[in-house]
Design a binder for this molecule. Structure first.
Ligand code: ZN
Ligand code: ZN
Length: 466
C-alpha cells in the first residue's frame, strides 16, 4: 500500500512555495474597484490567474471563465469528480501579530489570511491531485479542480460556473473541517431597518459594527451627543471593566466617541465570538435615546446580545439530525441619513423555513417600529452517510489519522459541497486544530496541512480508480 503521508511530505517544499505565493495576493472582494472585466475587483482575479498559470505549468488543462471562476482538469470519463475550493479571502480585520498578507511559519504553524480558509486546504487538495497525475495513475473519471473567487460573499464565480459548464453531481469541497461534512444547514439573512430619527437630549450620531454578515463583529464605534460627557465616560469605563471586552471613550469635535473591542469569529459558530456591537448597544441602552436610534439600540441590547439561538424571539429550534438554528448579528449600523441597517444571518436545519424565522423576528420589530426584509436563502443540504462518496472519504480520513471513532458531521454551512447532489465538505481543519478562519492570526500547522494532503491523495486515488 502506498505511504500517502510520505508522498505528501515529498511535496511540502513545492506546496509551500505555491501556497505562500497565493497568500501574498490580498484577494478580498472589492466592489469599489469592480469593473466589467473584474466584477469582484482585480485582486480575486489576480489570485485566479496566478493559480491557473501554476496549473497550466503543472500540465493540467485549464480554463478561466470571465475572471471569476476557473478550473484545472485531468483524466477522462463520463463521470466528473469535482473538487471545489476558493481563492478569495475575508478582509484581514485588525488584531494581527504579523502581516496577514505576508505568510510566515512560526513554531511549525503557517500564519496568514487564507492559511486555513481556503488557500491552504485548497492547495493541499490540488497538490494531491497533481501528485496522482504525475505518478501516472490512470483516472477512470474526469477530475475538475474548480476554484471560485467569491465564496465569502455571493458565490458569483461558482454560480457562473454552474450556469455555463455541465454541473458535476459528485464531489467535495476542501473548505471546512475533517472528517466529512455530509449535511449543511440552510442560510438566510434578515435585514432590519429603523428610521433615522433621534431625540434632542441623547443623540446617536452614528454606530458602526461589523464587516461581513458571516463574521461576529470584533469592533464597534458609536458617536454620541450626551448632556454630561464625564458621567457617560465614567460609566463606560466601568462597563468595560465589568465585561470581557476592551474599550475607549474619546472626546471629539463631533461628540463622544465610544469604541468597544470584542472577538471576531465565524458567523456559523457565533457563540465563539464576543460581539462588540451588542456590547456597545447594551451600554447605550441605559440612556434616554429616542426615535429610530432608541429602537436600534434597544433591539441590539435586548434581542441580539449574548443570544445566538433566537431565545429572545421565542424562536429557538433544533432538528435531531441537523442540530440547532443559529443566528449571527454580523452588521450593525446606524447613521443620521439611513437610520438602522442590521444584518441578522441565520443557519437553519431542516424543519424550519426562512418565512418562519421572519415571522418570529417581525413580532419584535413591529413593536419597535422597525422593518424586516428577507434576503436570498439557501436550503439545507444532506447527503446519505451510506453514499459511496461519504464512505470513501471517511475511510481515507480514518486510514491516515487512525481516528476510528470519526463520524460524518452536520455544520452551519454553507460550503460549495451543497452545489452538487452528492457533494460534501471534506477538511481541512483537523479536530485538534483551533478554528481561526475569519479571525486575526489565522493559521494552520504545516504538519496538519501535509497530513490533509495525504488524506486527499488517498481519497482522490480511491475515487478515480474504483
Ligand atoms: Zn472558505
Ligand atoms: Zn470563509
Amino acid at each position: 500500500m502506498t505511504d500517502w503521508l510520505k508522498a505528501a511530505q515529498s511535496q511540502e517544499k513545492d506546496y509551500l512555495n505555491d501556497l505562500t505565493a497565493l497568500m501574498k495576493i490580498p484577494s478580498v472582494r472589492d466592489d469599489s474597484a469592480a469593473t466589467d472585466e473584474y466584477p469582484l475587483g482585480p485582486r480575486p482575479a489576480q489570485a485566479l490567474a496566478a493559480f491557473l498559470e501554476m496549473a497550466e505549468q503543472d500540465g493540467f488543462r485549464t480554463k478561466n471563465i470571465d475572471n471569476v471562476v476557473g478550473y484545472a482538469e485531468w483524466g477522462e470519463g463520463d463521470e466528473t469528480l469535482a473538487i471545489l475550493a476558493h481563492l478569495d479571502v475575508m478582509p484581514a480585520g485588525k488584531g494581527w501579530d504579523t502581516d496577514p498578507f505576508d505568510p510566515v511559519i512560526k513554531d511549525g504553524n503557517l500564519y496568514g489570511r487564507g492559511a486555513s480558509d481556503d488557500k491552504g486546504p485548497g492547495m493541499a487538495a490540488y497538490y494531491a491531485l497533481k501528485y496522482l497525475k504525475d505518478q501516472g495513475v490512470i483516472f477512470n473519471k474526469r477530475v475538475r479542480f474548480i476554484v471560485g473567487t467569491d465564496e465569502e460573499s455571493n458565490w458569483t464565480g461558482m454560480h457562473r460556473y454552474f450556469e455555463v459548464e455541465p454541473a458535476p453531481t459528485l464531489g467535495f469541497s476542501p473548505d471546512a473541517e475533517f472528517p466529512v461534512i455530509n449535511g449543511e444547514k440552510g442560510q438566510v439573512s434578515l435585514k432590519i431597518g429603523a428610521p433615522a430619527t433621534n431625540g434632542d437630549q441623547y443623540v446617536l450620531e452614528s454606530f458602526h459594527s461589523g464587516l461581513r454578515f458571516n463574521m461576529v463583529p470584533r469592533e464597534a464605534v458609536a458617536l454620541v451627543t450626551v448632556p454630561d460627557r464625564n458621567e457617560v465616560t465614567a460609566a463606560f469605563d466601568q462597563f468595560v471593566d465589568d465585561n470581557p471586552i476592551s474599550g475607549t471613550a474619546e472626546e471629539t469635535a463631533e461628540g463622544l466617541r465610544l469604541t468597544v473591542i470584542g472577538k471576531a469569529a465565524h458567523g456559523m459558530e457565533p457563540e465563539q465570538g464576543i460581539n462588540a456591537g451588542t456590547y456597545l448597544a447594551t451600554f447605550l441602552d441605559r440612556y434616554n435615546f429616542a426615535g429610530g436610534a432608541k429602537s436600534f439600540i434597544h433591539f441590539l441590547a435586548k434581542y441580539l446580545h449574548l443570544d445566538t439561538r433566537m431565545a429572545g424571539f421565542d424562536g429557538a429550534f433544533t432538528d435531531p439530525v441537523m442540530g440547532e438554528l443559529t443566528m449571527n448579528a454580523g452588521i450593525l449600523n446606524f447613521d443620521q441619513d439611513n437610520g438602522a441597517d442590521i444584518d441578522m444571518n441565520f443557519r437553519f436545519p431542516k424543519g424550519i423555513t426562512p418565512d418562519e424565522l421572519e415571522t418570529n423576528v417581525k413580532r419584535v420589530t413591529d413593536q419597535l417600529g422597525m422593518t424586516v426584509a428577507q434576503g436570498p436563502s439557501q436550503k439545507p443540504h444532506y447527503v446519505d452517510p451510506e453514499d459511496p462518496i461519504v464512505k470513501t472519504l471517511m475511510q481515507a480520513y480514518i486510514d491516515q489519522t487512525g481516528d476510528t471513532d470519526a463520524k460524518p458531521e452536520v455544520v452551519g454551512g454553507g460550503t460549495y459541497g451543497r452545489l452538487m447532489d452528492r457533494g460534501v465538505a471534506f477538511g481541512a481543519l483537523m479536530p485538534q486544530t483551533p478554528n481561526t478562519m475569519h479571525q486575526a492570526n489565522e493559521f494552520q500547522p504545516v504538519a496538519a496541512l501535509i497530513k490533509s494532503m495525504a488524506i486527499y491523495m488517498e481519497a482522490i486515488n480511491n475515487l478515480v480508480t474504483d
